[in-house]
Structure formats: C-alpha cells, structure tokens
Design a protein around this ligand. Structure first.
Ligand code: ZN
Length: 306
C-alpha cells in the first residue's frame, strides 16, 4: 500500500529514510554518535492529502511525494480539536526558515551528550545549539515536535518519564521516543522492509516465532545497537548473546522495538542456555513473565556462590 492510500489523520507523525547525499551524511554523523541511524527526515500530516515539512524552508507538500519512500507513521493521542488546531497552526508556519545550519551544532551537542552518558551523566547538552544556534529555526524533526507542543497538549517523554525539549530531537531520537510505551504512539503505517525470508524461516525452524509473525525490518539495527557493551543478565557471558523479548514480539507487535521490553540473555553458556531457560522456561513457544526478576536472582546467586 502506498502512503497516500493509508488512512491518516491530521497530526500523524511520519519518519522516513532516504538515499540522497544529505540523507546519507545525516545518517553517517548520527551513526558516529548514537550507533543507531535509521531515520533521516520527519514530517507531519495535516489532512487533505498534505504534509508540512522543514526542508530548505517550511513547506506544504502533497503526501504522494513519499509514496515510494520507506516511511513509518505514528499516531499520537490527540483530540479532534487538537488535530484541527495543529493543522491550522502548521499551515501558519509555511514559508518560515529552516534550521539547516543547526545540524552541525546539533551533532556537536549529541556528541557531548553521548560522552557525558559514558560517565553516567544523562542530562542532554545544548551548549552548541544555545551558543551558536538560531533559536527560531527548527530542523525537520524539531518542527514536528514544536508543532505538537505549540498547538496541542501532547508532550513526548523519555524512558524516565521526563518531557523532552523540542530542540533535542533528531529524526532517530523522535523515532526512538515514539516507541516508548509512555508516549502512547501507535504505528498506523510502515513501509520499511520486513525481515528477510531466510532469517524468518530460521526463527520459525528454531521455534522462536510462528510462521505468520515476521519481525520488523528495523529489528537487526535495534538489536545490534541495544546489545553493544551488554552481557547476559544471568551469567554475564557475551558468547551468542541474544536480545530476549519479555513480551514476545508476535503477541504484541507494538512492543517489538520497545527498549523496556527486552533483556540480554545468552545462548552460549556451556552449563545452560540462559535465553531458552530463563527467558522461555525451556520452550521458545512460551515465555517467562518473571524473566527480569529471575535473571537478577540467579545472577546474584552465581556471583555470591560459596
Ligand atoms: Zn548466559
């Protein structure tokens, strides 16, 4: 199905990736700092087949423009009145400037934020954007969030439940935040490539997924990014480390890429298959509703064994 044929409502948030040189360089930079770069552009649907996006300047474009792109669309909880107000509000911004020069500043801040996080400091850095930035000019994802914040009561929260400032949004960050259950966003359209048939058949063969349930095409990137520097939650091993779903992805598709729904468990422990035993109680067809608690309990037992 094409994007323009999807049943969208004003206020639906769209994220996309593209292969243009600017798209590629944004991905390259984001990847350096976050190890995770999938999205290069965000825009918002305003109804009647039109979107508003910051691209050179703030523009209104027909949604058919993105019919053949890889797009994921999120619906956030808004009232009908808010959807109308947002549509009118976004239209009023058309022709405004685009924060193109903000990207290098944003990337510098993202870098400092990342460095600080290595030392346990979770507060985002805005030094470069604040010092050198033009405060009124948003990049694409910032325009989307600013619109939501200015014209509706909806706010995007981080994993700790703290409201995100609009100026900290890159397309990837927006995508990651909308996946958190705390933000109550649902996917209403997704044209990203799905899991390869070979990988799917392997999952089915191992009993890890039913034939009818295919993983998201974003899963390999999400998994790789999440597992970086992680160890098995039971034995501390890193051999054949898997990313276990607490709520299986095929029973709740909306939590497949939810960072609060996963636990690193290994399949390379020679004594026991940590993933199969603690994650799935000896059957990949089932799952352990107490996996986090059990993993912590047994990790502690192993650590303090006499
Ligand atoms: Zn293990």
């Amino acid at each position: 199905m094409k994007l323009s044929e999807a049943n969208l409502l004003p206020g639906d948030v769209c994220n996309t990736t593209d292969q243009s040189w600017i798209g590629k360089s944004i991905k390259w930079f984001e990847n350096i700092w976050t190890g995770n770069a999938t999205m290069t552009h965000s825009f918002i649907y305003i109804g009647a087949g039109n979107i508003v996006e910051a691209l050179g300047s703030i523009k209104k474009n027909p949604i058919t423009k993105y019919d053949n792109s890889q797009v994921i669309v999120y619906r956030v909880p808004l009232t009908d009145a808010e959807r109308q107000a947002l549509s009118a509000g976004m239209l009023s911004l058309i022709g405004g400037p685009y924060g193109f020069l903000k990207y290098p500043l944003f990337i510098a801040d993202a870098g400092v934020t990342w460095l600080k996080s290595l030392f346990g400091n979770k507060n985002p850095c805005f030094f470069f954007s604040d010092t050198f930035g033009l405060p009124g000019d948003p990049v694409c994802s910032q325009l989307v969030v600013e619109g939501l914040y200015n014209f509706t009561s909806y706010r995007i929260k981080d994993a700790q439940g703290v409201i995100d400032e609009w100026k900290q949004f890159s397309p990837d960050y927006l995508n990651d935040e909308l996946k958190l259950p705390v933000n109550h966003a649902t996917v209403v359209f997704d044209s990203f490539p799905q899991q390869s048939l070979k990988a799917h058949l392997k999952d089915v063969f191992l009993g890890k997924a039913p034939m009818g349930a295919k993983r998201s095409g974003q899963w390999p990137t999400f998994r790789k990014h999440f597992l970086e520097g992680k160890v098995c939650a039971v034995c501390g091993g890193t051999n054949k480390l898997e990313l276990h779903h607490l709520q299986p992805f095929h029973t709740d598709k909306s939590r497949e890429l939810d960072p609060t729904n996963v636990l690193p468990l290994c399949e390379g422990n020679p004594a026991i298959n940590c993933h199969l035993f603690f994650g799935h109680l000896e059957s990949f067809k089932s799952w352990n509703i107490n996996a986090v608690k059990d993993a912590a309990l047994w990790a502690e037992k192993i650590k303090t064994r006499p």
